[in-house]
Design a protein around this ligand. Structure first.
Ligand code: GLN
Length: 336
């Protein structure tokens, strides 16, 4: 017999022997054990509390193997393959960052911007949104999922990433979490955020080839015709790599296995914020908004980059912990 209580005890004992985990509070180790048990038993945590003596022998080996992987520092989400974000279960693997609660702020603010902008649109007009480093797709998919429930449909969202492995995960999440109809508004494409015009051109090519449905309100007869030159976004919502290189190396020492590609933002962490502020004004519509997640340690420096690039209405938003986490600027339509 192997009970829930046995499993928890054994896992926590094992975790306490791990050099990486033993400094963590016991409550967090117990939580890790419980999340693994929930995963293998497909039961809510409350069930575990009420069934201390339940015999769970059939999952014993799988549970041990998972607990051992956790001892290497591998996050629980990579072991279970799933992470809740914005109330939705996203599939994850070490090819993508694990969605963090902080990033819900980016979704929240994007939704406010989109609601305001769509309220001012005619029925036959489409709002264009770009998520330039989508990873698991959590930002774009959460936005579309929420707007679908609100009946806001005149949108076209491009979610791009440089990593084909990440794109495969984003596509899987879109299929699992969005209705077939909403999926037609989301275009997940390969693209390097350092070369946005090329990414847009690739999207345009897909439209012309007919492999991607044409966004409503941007039909082939519109004048001037939609092209790589005149497709502009109303909102760019980005969670780019922004962790300074040295800190990235430091963080990855704990065995978390997150992709350095998605974290490392160069020596001051601002490489991609610079790219966004310099390169997006040409692809933003008049009054288009650029939102980017940032590190609390360089939010003020990021503000200066937004100012230098000529953005107006620059605002920094705080996350739930009160840290500067999100920067916003508006493109006033002037040529830079
Ligand atoms: N703090 C974020 C994380 O650990 C950083 C993500 C990023 O660089 N975009 O996931």
């Amino acid at each position: 017999m192997f009970t829930v209580a046995d499993a928890r005890r054994c896992a926590v004992d094992l975790f306490m022997q791990s050099a990486i985990l033993k400094t963590q509070p016991r409550s967090s180790l117990t939580l890790d054990a419980d999340v693994l048990l929930q995963h293998f038993l497909n039961k809510p945590r409350a069930w575990l509390f009420a069934h201390d003596d339940a015999d769970i022998s059939p999952i014993r080996e799988a549970f041990y193997a998972a607990a051992e992987r956790r001892c290497t520092g591998l996050p629980i989400a990579y072991i279970t393959g799933e992470k809740d974000f914005w109330g939705l279960p996203f599939h994850v693997s070490p090819d993508v960052l694990i969605p963090k609660p902080d990033t819900e702020l980016l979704v929240e603010r994007s939704l406010t911007v989109i609601r305001e902008k769509t309220a001012a649109l005619r029925q036959d007009q489409t709002l264009f949104i770009l998520d330039p480093c989508t990873g698991s797709g959590c930002v774009a998919i959460s936005i579309l999922h929420t707007l679908e429930a609100e009946g806001i449909r005149n949108l076209c969202c491009i979610a791009a990433d440089i990593s084909p492995a990440a794109l495969a995960i984003a596509r899987l999440n879109a299929e699992r979490l969005l209705s077939a109809e909403t999926q037609t508004r989301l275009h997940i494409i390969e693209g390097d955020m350092r070369a946005l015009p090329e990414t847009i051109a690739r999207f345009q090519k897909l439209l012309r080839l007919g492999t991607t449905p044409f966004p409503k309100g941007a039909d082939r007869t519109s004048s001037p015709p939609l092209s790589a030159e005149n497709l502009r976004f109303d909102l760019i919502a980005a969670n780019p790599p922004y962790v300074p290189s040295a800190l990235t190396q430091e963080l990855l020492k704990d065995g978390r296995n997150e992709p350095a590609l998605a974290l490392d933002g160069g020596s001051d962490g601002l490489d991609f914020i610079r790219i966004l502020t310099n390169n997006t004004r040409t692809v933003l519509n008049r009054n288009g908004v650029l939102l980017s997640e940032v590190g609390e340690y360089h939010a003020q420096a990021a503000r200066r980059l937004f100012e230098t690039a000529g953005f107006s209405d620059i605002r920094i938003h705080q996350d739930l912990a009160g840290q500067d986490r999100l920067i916003e600027g508006e493109h006033d339509g002037r040529k830079s």
